[in-house]
Design a protein around this ligand. Structure first.
Ligand SMILES: [Zn+2]
Length: 203
């Protein structure tokens, strides 16, 4: 079953309940296997380790497209500042970037890679897709609508549409409008996605 599409393809392939359940059941097994395989095949030699001064690790993977075509930035990436989630009343750091975009905005994979997990409609974060890229990089897209176009194990190209913006319940009341919450990790350490974004129009 084709589960993702490139920009411009019109038909959406909806996941029915059976498919969603089957994904949920298989994700845990798939993730474990993929994590081992990918760390062996992709994890070497393409990134620089964090420097001793506590600076940000550097992602050197070359091709990076914007996850959404246009946006304003809501909360930025900050490892030190504690922010309070209006909805949940939780206080934590926001190690991600929020892209303020309308509901239904198409969300693209930022690098080539392989989908390692898909969670639909989680109570705190809405739809969540995690993609493993070369060089130990993982991108995580949160707040997606239920209609997700990829499943674990799919190979994606930078720019492939993986889903659309929905609601991220834990942050839903932080803004007047919907947003995409994007996290990036390098060898398990969160890094600021904005450090690697091309300028608008480069896509
Ligand atoms: Zn966020």
């Amino acid at each position: 079953m084709k589960v993702y599409r490139s920009k411009g393809d019109k038909p959406k392939i909806k996941l029915n309940k059976k498919a969603i359940i089957s994904i949920a059941v298989s994700v845990a097994l798939v993730v474990t296997a993929l994590a081992v395989t990918l760390s062996l095949t992709l994890g070497r030699g393409q990134t620089q380790p964090p420097d001793d001064g506590g600076g940000q690790p550097v992602i050197t993977t070359p091709v990076y497209v914007l996850p959404v075509d246009s946006y304003e930035i809501g909360k930025d990436f900050d490892k030190t500042k504690l922010v309070r989630h209006v909805t949940a009343g939780m206080i934590q750091t926001h190690e991600a970037v929020d892209f303020l975009v309308p509901l239904g905005t198409e969300v693209s994979a930022v690098f080539d890679g392989m989908v390692i997990s898909v969670d639909v409609g989680t109570s705190m974060e809405g739809g969540v897709v995690r993609i493993q890229h070369a060089g130990g990089v993982v991108s995580v897209y949160k707040g997606l609508a239920d209609d997700i176009y990829v499943e674990a194990g799919d190979t994606v190209k930078a720019g492939d549409v993986i889903g659309t913006v929905g609601i991220m319940p834990i942050e839903a009341r932080d803004y007047e409008q919907s947003h995409l919450h994007l996290e990036m990790r390098l060898n398990g350490v969160t890094v600021n996605p904005l450090n690697y974004l091309p300028e608008l129009g480069d896509k």
